[in-house]
Design a protein around this ligand. Structure first.
Ligand code: BTN
Length: 325
């Protein structure tokens, strides 16, 4: 009902529309309309009223509400269902529970804040209230579990595309960090439930530092983390940015779901700041450290590094770009 009232107010533009008119269009009482308007105001919508003319929507909040995100979101799959929370431990955990209970492919879980945000390698991921976009998407592709890591590349490319629509140049560090001036803007954590012969679901969790200011970051990551607002020098509208990311994900997933990763791979290479660079790799499993030149990614999304002892293939690892001597 709330979203229908909002739609009516949006369509009216600057004009006022009476409570009676809204009530009769929706087949409810005027009191019901009034209650919903009150709730919308509490949620941050600026709705003005005039005694004879009715209501008019002046401003929608830049909050990650399903009604705002879905408004004008013309995607086929990603964002078909949106579950929004004020605070959760981790949107990946919530998405996993929903997926296990049968949630549809494309379902998005987003939160204003995470108090147990998870990063790769069991690191904590800083996710303060109202300043970022912390979200997870449920996918159920028909391809084999071995292909799943490539979905991470899809998410990084989607954010990079969204940044471009906001005039920001993205640089992706293999496999999934987006950096600006060598500081982290975006992190992605992909989790999966699968059998040998098929995927039950993939959760792609993405954390985007949108409007975090330097002084907001905890001391321990202040030198290594940054945000879109710092990059742009002004606040970024989170809802519009999020819509741009979801649109890009939807577009890229149309080929990925059929097992065709080529468009994602090509675009990932375009945004890569790793390829062609001297890198230092720390192996995830054995902690082995080696250096070399990042030459390419292969069809599995693995990083190919040319070392003094020949070419090495890195499927999982911590890669840092070494400054040129
Ligand atoms: C990393 O950089 O190590 C990955 C960070 C992933 C963070 C996102 S925020 C949304 C989702 N929920 C989580 O708990 N983690 C991911």
């Amino acid at each position: 009902m709330r979203s229908e009232i909002l739609e009516i107010l949006r369509r009216a533009g600057d004009k006022y529309i009476s409570g009676e008119e809204i009530a009769s269009r929706l087949g409810v009482s005027r009191t019901a309309v009034w209650k919903h308007i009150r709730e919308l105001r509490e949620a941050g919508y600026e709705i003005v009223s005039q005694s004879r003319s009715g209501y008019s929507l002046r401003e929608a909040p830049d909050r990650l509400l399903p009604s705002e995100i879905q408004h004008g979101l013309d995607t086929q799959c990603i964002g078909c269902q949106i579950e929004a929370h004020e605070v959760v431990d981790s949107t990946n955990n919530v998405a996993k529970q929903l997926a296990a209970a049968g949630a549809a492919e494309g379902t998005v879980v987003v939160a204003e804040q995470q108090d147990g945000g998870k990063g790769r390698l069991e690191r904590h991921f800083f996710s303060p209230a109202g300043k970022g976009i912390w979200f997870s998407v449920i996918l159920r592709p028909a391809f084999l579990p071995q292909e799943a890591p490539k979905c991470t590349l899809l998410a990084a490319v989607a954010v990079a595309r969204a940044m471009e629509t906001f005039g920001l140049k993205a640089g992706i560090k293999w496999p999934n960090d987006i950096l600006y001036e060598n500081k982290k803007l975006v992190g992605i954590l992909t989790e999966m439930s699968a059998e040998m012969d098929g995927i039950n679901y993939i959760i792609i969790g993405t954390g985007i530092n949108v409007n975090i200011l330097p002084e907001d970051f905890p001391e321990d990551i202040r030198q290594t983390a940054t945000s879109l607002a710092i990059m742009k020098g002004e606040k970024i509208p989170r809802v519009r940015f999020f819509q741009a990311v979801l649109r890009a994900m939807d577009d890229l997933y149309a080929s990925v779901r059929t097992g065709d990763f080529e468009p994602v791979m090509q675009e990932w290479k375009k945004y890569s700041i790793t390829l062609g660079q001297e890198v230092r790799v720390i192996g995830v499993r054995d902690g082995e450290v080696f250096t070399g030149r990042a030459a390419d990614i292969d069809a599995d999304g693995a990083l190919l590094v040319d070392t003094a002892d020949g070419r090495r293939r890195v499927l999982a690892g911590d890669v840092s770009i070494r400054p040129r001597q």
